[in-house]
Design a protein around this ligand. Structure first.
Ligand SMILES: *Cc1c(COP(=O)(O)O)cnc(C)c1O
Length: 217
């Protein structure tokens, strides 16, 4: 069960840590995957700028349950066949990393705002376009009528602070080179480092709602 008061306290804590790390105007996206609609309500009540969802089915169930409370960001591995059902429910597509998804978004969600997910760790299973292929994917997205607001990355799993910095510095540099505004990086374990490296959007789940219970798909 989600305790809205406790979530509000944790949001306040994360905001103060962000400011201690030198961040100002950093959006806090509450990652609500595996938690129910009460988590979305608590995030909205606590003033989070959006919620992040990873799974199409789960997101659609929450939409059905009356979710028009807060902007929903799609942050999970994105397959092109999931674009159509999700279109209209997603305020920001954070995990766009391949041509097939760009093309489908252009068809099903013309004018949608996206972030391009970049691979900054070379860890398998993380997703993200290789930095050297970013230019081409961005051009394709813009020709498809999508609005590229910025870039997103997932830092190393169990990385040292130095590993995290390396990954986040790559993303910040690419955001600057492309003259973009949104730099989405930092999760519960590493958002302080990400903010110190110039994040403008952190995605925090367990740090707000506690541990997720793993359910097999
Ligand atoms: C699950 C997830 C998060 C949040 O992870 P926590 O460690 O719970 O903060 C952030 N970003 C992405 C892409 C995720 O899949």
């Amino acid at each position: 069960m989600i305790d809205a008061k406790e979530v509000a306290d944790r949001v306040a804590h994360v905001r103060s840590e962000i400011s201690n790390a030198g961040g100002s105007e950093v959006s806090l996206i509450a990652v609500t995957k595996s938690f129910g609609i009460d988590a979305l309500r608590a995030a909205a009540a606590a003033g989070c700028e959006g919620v992040g969802e990873n799974y199409a089915q789960e997101l659609l169930e929450k939409v059905r349950d009356g979710l028009a409370l807060i902007d929903v960001h799609f942050i999970g591995a994105l397959q092109s066949n999931k674009v159509r059902p999700l279109a209209g429910h997603v305020a920001l597509w954070q995990s766009v990393d391949r041509e097939s998804v760009v093309d489908e978004l252009g068809r099903r969600a013309p004018g949608a705002s996206i972030l391009i997910q970049v691979d900054t760790t070379q860890e398998p299973s993380k997703g993200g376009v290789a930095p050297e292929l970013l230019d081409a994917l961005r051009m394709r997205a813009e020709s498809a009528g999508l609005i590229v607001k910025g870039l997103m990355t997932i830092g190393p799993t169990d990385g040292t602070p130095q590993d995290c910095e390396k990954s986040f510095e790559i993303l910040r540099r690419l955001v600057n080179e492309h003259g973009l505004s949104v730099c989405s990086m930092g999760m519960s374990a590493d958002y302080r480092i990400a903010v110190a490296c110039g994040s403008t959007m952190v995605r925090v789940g367990s740090g707000l709602f506690g541990d997720r219970v793993r359910v097999s798909p």
